[in-house]
Design a protein around this ligand. Sequence first.
Ligand code: SF4
Length: 301
Amino acid sequence: MEDLKRKTDELKKRKNAVILAHNYQIEEVQLIADYLGDSLELSKIASRINNKMIVFAGVKFMAETAKILSPEKRVLLPRLDAGCPMADMITEDELIELKQEHKKAKVVTYVNSSVGIKAESDVCCTSANAVSVVKNIEADEVIFVPDRNLGTYVQKMVPEKRMILFEGYCYVHNKIKKEEIEEMRDIYPEAEFLVHPEARMEVINLSDKVFSTSGMLKYAKESNKKQFVIITEQGLIERLKRENPEKEFYPAKRPKICSNMKRTALIDIYDSLKKDQYEINIEESILKRAYNALNKMLKYI
Ligand code: SF4
């Protein structure tokens, strides 16, 4: 392992590349990364840095987002089979049909979506700013895709808008049950429960605070509390423990694992750098439209 790490580092320097890894990646990948974060944080970093090559250890829509924001750079996704089932739940034709059915509505799209879906949208949002984007968009009706759970949470926070939700969901967050939260409350009565808004409303309602992954990291670091139950993918818990060794972090009963996020291993990063694989290429007109939707998000937050 040490040898592979060293060889990966050498190759990275030789190719003037940077390794970005999502918070849900396995630990050996998190530890080789130059930057760790959530998808949008990483894409913003991608557009700021001078390196010509980016190896994105995450899932496909994240590497695409980095490419949309930095079209002049080479963006590599180490595993072709690292997709996001939620992003794949909606097709462009389905979104176009929804737009035709609700002509007055604006489309707000969660960044966990393909480049083609972003290109068909008015504006993108993240789990951290979805409430603010929907609240501030100039429309009474909003088509929200693809995550119905995040959409349901946003609808609760912004009751004045009529939201048309698509039936997509993240299988990792969607399977968390309210009974698990109740059981964990009995086991850790002092703990604070932090939940990601991709979870179902019944789970959100039983939690203390709703946060994106970056929000959870910030809150746990600054809070005086010592014990937390973290209701999201397991990878974040590893990072929280590493960065806050004096505090305790527990998953919601059993660890929640996104198998797509765990596909990338150190050897894949090494192969990616060695063979320049797998490069993300996006047709220019689609990239521009997707860029507009992403860029517009900044206006509403
Ligand atoms: S955790 Fe959920 S939203 Fe994230 S990549 Fe996995 S399936 Fe997609």
